[in-house]
Design a protein around this ligand. Structure first.
Ligand code: LMR
Length: 398
């Protein structure tokens, strides 16, 4: 039956974790996948999550959630993206369903786009999270790209981005990273977001925001929603993919949300029902445990405060590691500029290293990262930062 099946290529991100796990070296360092570690390199379960679990324990049943997931979780999640007092939420204009984290939310949207806008394409930034390409490919939506990163300045190629937005056919779909762009760590400024929003308005484009890192850019989820709020102020109809993998550390719980802002309540009811129809034959309904953790935390003012403090703590540790990595490289006498390490934000540093240099890091130093030169700053610790800096220094200077 399956003789024609060839092994699939390794995933460029999760394949790095596989290789890391298989390496017996005691020196090995994993700065591949974007998963937060404490300063001892250990996975973290937030205290607010532990407390929510204590409260839930023994009180929940294991019944199915509705196809659209936990109503309470979705309600709280929308407040984070659209704002506590959002008129769109009040007017019931947001069609939203619980999704299998950010990936699941993007995939649901891609399927929805294919079903109801079958002729449309999706504009994706260069570069982007590698899985975005897989998601729209599997949903059979043709992909176009738009300029984003400027290699020389290691910053945003704003002029080219704006040109691409302007030159795309009116009414195009664009995927935007709401904050903490993955993999570059480069975000538009507030002013630039305003200009992007205006240009979207002029062209009647649709923006789908992938917001996988709310809280990781500035340490404050409210500030990190600025791009979305600007689009909302300007009266766009948008979509948002939200995830609790990173900002609540709920990676394996697969909890997130897809929302689509509609013209009115009637349209929102229709859109939600169709999103549920897409979910039903794929996974029927989403898992309950992670959703209950989220709704317990966000539904309790005290636990929510604790969460906000803990997100900030994670963001601050990463910012501290950016400074430490840059300082170590500078102290080693590197002839290159490493300014961008502290200028970029979020979980990742887009180092500018070539695939060959990354291969050397792995072979000679047992340092694992994606070949595009992305360093997950979440895996850098006070214990490994010198080792990492020294290895980067060696492969970039010789
Ligand atoms: C990453 O970019 O490392 C994360 O979003 C994890 C993943 O699923 O790729």
């Amino acid at each position: 039956w399956w003789h024609s099946v060839e092994p699939a290529p390794k995933d460029p991100i999760l394949g790095v974790t596989e290789a890391f796990l298989a390496d017996p070296s005691p020196d090995k360092v994993n700065v591949g996948v974007g998963a937060y570690r404490d300063d001892n390199g250990k996975p973290v379960v937030l205290e607010c999550v532990r407390e929510a679990e204590r409260r839930i324990a023994g009180s929940m049943n294991m019944e199915y959630l509705p196809m659209g997931g936990s109503v309470k979780m979705v309600e709280e999640t929308l407040k984070l993206a659209y704002g506590d007092n959002s008129e769109f939420i009040k007017d019931k204009r947001v069609a939203a369903v619980q999704a299998l984290s950010g990936t699941g939310a993007c995939r649901l949207f891609a399927e929805f786009q294919k079903r109801f806008r079958p002729e449309s394409q999706i504009y994706i930034p260069v570069p982007t999270w590698s899985n975005h390409h897989n998601i729209w490919r599997d949903a059979q939506v043709p992909q176009r790209t738009y300029h984003y990163y400027h290699a020389e300045s290691r910053g945003l190629d704003f002029a080219s981005l704006m040109d691409d937005v302007k030159n795309a056919p009116s009414g195009s779909f664009f995927l935007l990273h709401a904050c903490a762009h993955n993999p570059t760590g480069v975000d538009p400024s507030e002013e630039q977001w305003r200009e992007i929003s205006q240009q979207f308005k002029a062209k009647g484009h649709f923006a789908l925001f992938d917001m996988a890192y709310q809280g990781f850019a500035s340490g404050d989820p409210e500030r990190d929603a600025k791009s979305i709020r600007i689009f909302l102020e300007d009266g766009h109809s948008i979509g948002i993919a939200q995830s609790y993998a990173k900002n609540m550390g709920l990676y394996g719980q697969r909890v997130g949300c897809l929302s689509v802002l509609c013209e009115d309540e009637k349209q929102a009811v229709a859109v939600k029902s169709q999103l549920q129809m897409i979910a039903r034959p794929m996974y029927s309904n989403p898992p309950v445990h992670g959703a209950l953790i989220v709704s317990t935390i966000l539904g309790d003012p005290e636990l929510k405060q604790l969460w906000l403090k803990e997100v900030k703590g994670m963001a601050d540790r990463i910012i501290g590691m950016r400074t430490a990595l840059r300082e170590n490289l500078e102290n080693l006498g590197s002839s290159l500029s490493w300014k961008h390490i502290t200028e970029q934000i979020g979980m990742f540093c887009y180092s500018g290293m070539t695939p060959e240099q990354v291969d050397r890091l792995t072979k000679e130093f047992h340092i694992y990262m994606t070949r595009n030169g992305r360093i997950s700053m979440a895996g850098v610790t006070t214990g490994n930062v010198r080792y990492l800096a020294n290895a980067i220094h060696v492969v970039t200077e010789s």
